[in-house]
Structure formats: C-alpha cells, structure tokens
Design a binder for this molecule. Structure first.
Ligand code: OAD
Ligand code: ZN
Length: 253
C-alpha cells in the first residue's frame, strides 16, 4: 500500500469513527505482535512450532499435563514480561475520548487492560488466570507456577490455565456480551486477526448484517477483508496511533 493511499484510508477510518455512535474493536494476535508476543499462524507462528492437538486441548491436558503446562508457563512468562505497544495504547485512548465502547479480544495476554482499556471482553480467556479441573477454584496468579503441573490449593486436583483450548466452547457470558456489542455497533475496528477462528471470526459479519461498518487494520488481507469497508495494510502499532490522532483532530480534542 502506498503512503498516500494509507493516509487517505486512515482519514476515512477516522471520519467513520468520529461520527459513530457505538464503535467497538475486535483484536487478535497481530495487536500484540509488536510487544514481542508470537502470533499463531504464519511464519514464526506458535502453531508452526507446536501441534495444538498435543498442547492445547482438554484431551492433551489429561494425557500429558506436564507438556501442556510447559508451553503455558512459557506463554505466561511472555505475557507477564510483555509491555503494551502503541496499538494497545491507541485503543485505550479511543475509549478514553469516548469513541470506542469496548474491545472484544481473542488475545489471552491481558495487554489491553494493562494499557488502560476499561471495557475488555476476553473470548479466549486470560493466561494470567488458572482454574481447577474439578472444583470451582479460579484465581489470578502473580507469576507462572514453579512446578508443573500445579495442583488446586482447595481440592488437590489438577489446575489448568483459564484459557479456551481447541475444541472447547467459548465462555458463554463473554460470547454473549461480544454478540450484544456487535448487534449495537455501527463501526467495528478489526485489528490484527486472521479471522479464521470461529466464532470470533463471524463477529464482523454480525456488525455488517446490522448495517455497521467494518474497518480492518492488518499486515495483510484476512478472511474478513472481503466484507471490510476499509482495509488498511500496515503494522497495528503504526496505523492505530495515526487513526486516533485524526479522530482527536476531528473531535477537537
Ligand atoms: P493469527 O495468528 O491467526 O493471526 C494474526 C493476524 O495478525 C494475521 O492476520 C497477521 O497478518 C496479523 N498481524 C501480524 N502482525 C501484525 C502487526 N504488527 N500489525 C497488524 N497485524 C498483524 O491470530 P488470531 O487471529 O488472533 O485461539 O488467532 C485467533 C485464535 O487462534 C487465537 O486466539 C488462538 C488461536 O488458535 C485460542 O487460543 C483459543
Ligand atoms: Zn479444586
């Protein structure tokens, strides 16, 4: 994409956002890529190095809890040491100025909250939380467990990361909230997601079907590019701050 084209697309995206009444965002691993967190698909992606069937299913946890936990301890370490990047900051600022009503995220790294976003719906859980596989124990941890697999302090059963594994349904309340937000939204910013994982990937369609606009920011075209009103190709950490700067100009902020 040429510089001039990006500038025009950024201006139009800002116009849509500034005149919106209920804008929301859907984010994926690409938003955290510039914070040093690997994405899942593509070159260097997590699923190129690991087989999800072996490390990210409920069956794998039963079969080999140590192996599953080893990967998740690595993901926890990355999440605890990572800092939000300008894309997270831009989304938090867009909420702060009253334009963005909520961020629906597929990310488990907690970085939207760390960056200051107040309304965050986590569709795939949060790697900083653990829960018991037998009882109702659930807790936020301050650091990754030193011994794996960790045991429940209440009942002694196996603990698991509070994230959605392959083949598992999404947390019902998060999915319902996300769906309700999409029904209300007149603009959705879709940032850094391949949009191939369901049901998250169908949320932009819900916005479109309700007559809303979809603005996409990604390094490359994604599964939802065909329905996007605007696709801006570039790094989220570079494009998002530009969009927010324009929105603020339009709002005289
Ligand atoms: P993916 O790894 O599938 O896609 C990442 C997207 O981000 C791709 O479309 C990239 O082009 C884009 N991207 C990479 N770096 C970027 C950057 N700096 N700026 C903008 N875009 C960039 O990740 P997700 O779509 O989040 O599920 O994957 C969805 C789900 O699949 C994840 O939540 C995870 C995984 O299996 C679970 O763990 C349940
Ligand atoms: Zn327990």
């Amino acid at each position: 994409m040429s510089e001039g084209y990006v500038d025009k697309a950024v201006e139009l995206a800002a116009k849509y956002l500034a005149s919106s009444s209920f804008a929301i965002a859907l984010t994926g691993a690409g938003v955290s890529a510039e914070s040093g967190i690997p994405t899942f698909r593509g070159k260097g992606g997590l699923w190129e190095r690991y087989d999800p069937e072996e490390v990210a299913t409920a069956e794998a946890l039963r079969r080999n809890p140590e192996l599953v936990w080893k990967l998740h301890v690595e993901l926890m370490k990355i999440a605890f040491s990572a800092r939000p990047n300008p894309a997270h900051a831009a989304l938090a600022e867009l909420e702060e100025v009253g334009v963005l009503k909520c961020v629906v995220t597929q990310n488990i790294d907690d970085l939207h909250r760390v960056a200051g976003s107040k309304c965050v719906v986590e569709l795939h859980g949060n790697i900083k939380w653990v829960r018991c596989t037998s009882c109702t124990y659930r807790a936020k941890v301050k650091k990754p467990p030193e011994e794996v697999p960790p045991k429940c302090p209440v009942c002694g059963s196996l603990l698991r990361p509070d994230v959605v594994f392959f083949g598992e349904p999404l947390p019902e309340s998060a999915l319902r909230k996300a769906y309700d937000l999409c029904v209300k939204a007149d603009v959705m910013l879709v940032v850094g997601t391949s949009a191939v994982v369901m049901p998250a990937g169908m949320l932009p369609h819900v916005v479109k079907e309700g007559g809303g606009r979809v603005i996409e920011v990604n390094l490359e075209p994604s599964a939802i590019s065909p329905i996007a009103d605007i696709t801006i190709l570039g790094k989220a950490g570079e494009v998002m701050p530009k969009i927010v700067a324009h929105v603020k100009k339009l709002l005289n902020r």
